[in-house]
Design a protein around this ligand. Sequence first.
Ligand SMILES: [Zn+2]
Length: 443
Amino acid sequence: MSETYLIQNAKVISGGQQAQFSVLIEGDRIAAVGDDAEISASADVTRLDGTGCTLMPGMVDAHCHISFDQPNSNDELFFHRRPGLATMIASVNAQKLLRAGVTSFLDPDCIFDVGIDLRDAIEGGVVEGPRMATGGNVLITCVGGTAGHLLPAEGKLGYAVIVQTADEIVREIRKQIKGGCDWIKVHVTGLPVRRTKRHNPGEIQSWTLDELRLVCDTAHALGIPVVGHCRNSSSTRDAALAGFDLIFHSSYMEEDALEAVVDNKTPLAPSFTFLRNLIDYGDKINSDPGLRSIFMNEIEATSAMIRRAYDAGVPLMCGSETGFSITPYGDWHYREMGIYVEHLGLTPLEAIACGTEAGASIFGLEGQLGRIESGYIADLVLVAGDLEKDLNLLGDKSNIRAVFKGGKKVDTSRPLPKNWSIPGWRTGRFSSEVLTYELAHSY
Ligand SMILES: [Zn+2]
């Protein structure tokens, strides 16, 4: 029989509100809240005293690359990974997410089929990890993504599969769905090797609107949603027009892109954390100083438009782009919420709603995931201190008092390995260090 829990005396944050009340967990659900929780609790319930703590729904990270294992370069990621080992390592990294308070995440694209294998292992109870939705390899045209000449003009490599014709697009999507993908991901923009003055800021669009429509029609016919990497304005516009279900980055949106996003109510997850980590802590990991001002401009220009989208009712999720040396597992998932407060002017409670319940639609669990209300899935994080006053409390893991996923309290008693040394696994460099929370805050 599963254990039941009564969490008392905590400030509870849910649905953009904050109040103190008791929460009863039975099975995988929140059975009751407030006086009902106290009355319904059985004598043998396990009581947790949340005095001085905040209780929030588990975080939903909308953008996390669980299979990458913090590479320092694309060379490392594309040429120095093995499927079996990558999956075993991902199963440990998934536990780091869970202990950091991430109870659900979307891995939009993975190397090999690691995402599908890990999701099934978590769902089957083989390994502990957050609720997971997964893509397969990202669809890229031969113009490329962000990896330039490392990607071939056809075939598969790393996280990518190159598709050129309508036939190839349809065949690949159906293959991925047959294989068990929850999402299809498209790299709608890429970095050309040679840029011209005609390119607006950001990357260039490497798919036509008709091709994007074909992607959506093919995937949607089989009930599978589509997410796009859109790091310029026209790609964001066309992805929204084509019917994408989620857009990452949406960088440098112009008026026509904003209009398309608002008309279609296309959820956005800008994933500023990766950029912001490089801006704030790049010196600690010896990254390229020239990138910092470029990224700051991208955050500022994009934030203004995303705020307008949010005000017009566009769903806004939090994605950390965890998985790289600059965004290691378990350390930075909370940060996007603070960036929304700083750059979008959201209140902390609004930002927490973005980082929790807004992500429910990733799983088709709207109305069941991301709130602390009777009947909701019992995904909860108990954090020492007042989160409404300071969201950064979530970054320091010593503040995390308890994590529940589906009503089960996560066992944090056994420490997880922080690093591993495997011959041939690490090579090349974006930077010389992994930007852990500890390193970032060591001066
Ligand atoms: Zn990404």
